[in-house]
Design a protein around this ligand. Structure first.
Ligand SMILES: [Zn+2]
Length: 94
């Protein structure tokens, strides 16, 4: 099941749940697939995504799924609709 992630806390709680994060970056026009334990998907990391801030500033959106296929479908759907680039994160790529 897909869940929209709107706060950093939501994502922090999911850290130990095996699953995938679809991170949409509006300014960069990019959709990136991460595993939820990737450092780039970690709001606590300085380099990680910040869902609360992205929502506040309307600079992005985030989706979580335990299913890789479902996460990829969502990422591809958003990429197609918005004409963004879809990439699988090179760091957590699995
Ligand atoms: Zn990643």
């Amino acid at each position: 099941m897909l869940t929209e992630i709107v706060t950093d806390e939501q994502l922090i709680k999911l850290y130990t749940t095996p699953g995938y994060l679809v991170a949409v970056d509006y300014p960069k026009k990019e959709v990136t697939l991460h595993t939820v334990d990737c450092m780039l998907a970690d709001p606590i990391s300085s380099v990680g995504v910040k869902p609360s801030k992205a929502r506040e500033n309307k600079t992005g959106e985030f989706w979580f799924s335990e299913s890789r296929d479902e996460a990829i479908s969502k990422a591809e759907e958003i990429a197609k609709k918005k004409e963004y680039t879809y990439t699988v994160c090179p760091i957590c790529n699995r």
